[in-house]
Write a protein that binds this ligand. Structure first.
Ligand code: 2AM
Length: 178
């Protein structure tokens, strides 16, 4: 089995800025610089034999390139375990269009449909036991964060592995947009 997701890579200077946002929240586990990305579509565990079908489906996706603007920070969830601190994405119809193209290509390739609504974000940290008050202050202090416009000319199929020090995301293949 192999664990996959489709995502946009972020340029080094943007990742630097996202890393620069970090700190000040006790109990937060920050995303490693090389792991910062914007998921287009989570795939999950599939049989290795299905990967060529997924590759063919993604290679057949035709969608225009676009520009991305990161905008603000926020959090998902309120339970102690599931909380995620993220950087948001300014409303972007081309990104939603790409998500829909990838979704229908993967469903045609035989994968189950994604039932959850697409909610574009860059995960900055997993919060675990972080005190709500400190998280709230972090979000307030960085509310004006913006990065971009970031030109996006491809999307990427990633493998997610569990390393000793946390997840490792390996880019397997790029697919051009435009
Ligand atoms: P997250 O950072 O908000 O958890 C690799 O795991 C990527 O796929 C992450 O960006 C993750 O988003 C996203 N993803 C979406 N749905 C997921 C799921 N059910 N399990 C794990 N990751 C998921």
């Amino acid at each position: 089995m192999i664990r996959l997701f489709v995502a946009l890579e972020l340029p080094e200077p943007v990742r630097d800025r996202l890393i620069g946002l970090g700190g000040g929240v006790p109990g937060a586990r920050w995303t490693e610089r090389e792991n910062l990305h914007l998921t287009v579509r989570f795939i999950g565990e599939v049989e290795n034999g299905v990967v060529p079908d997924i590759d063919a489906a993604l290679a057949a996706v035709s969608a225009p390139g676009f520009e991305l603007v990161l905008d603000g920070v926020g959090q998902f969830g309120s339970g102690a375990k599931s909380r995620v601190l993220w950087a948001g994405v300014e409303r972007n119809d081309a990104l939603v269009h790409l998500n829909q193209k990838v979704e229908s290509a993967l469903v045609r390739a035989g994968l189950p449909r994604e039932e959850r609504r697409y909610s574009p974000h860059v995960t900055l940290a997993r919060l675990r036991s972080a005190p709500a008050e400190r998280v709230g202050r972090f979000i307030q202090d960085r509310g004006l964060f913006r990065a971009g416009p970031i030109p996006i000319d491809h999307f990427t199929l990633f493998e997610s592995r569990t390393g000793n020090g946390g997840p490792v995301y390996d880019p397997l293949k790029d697919y051009p947009l435009g």
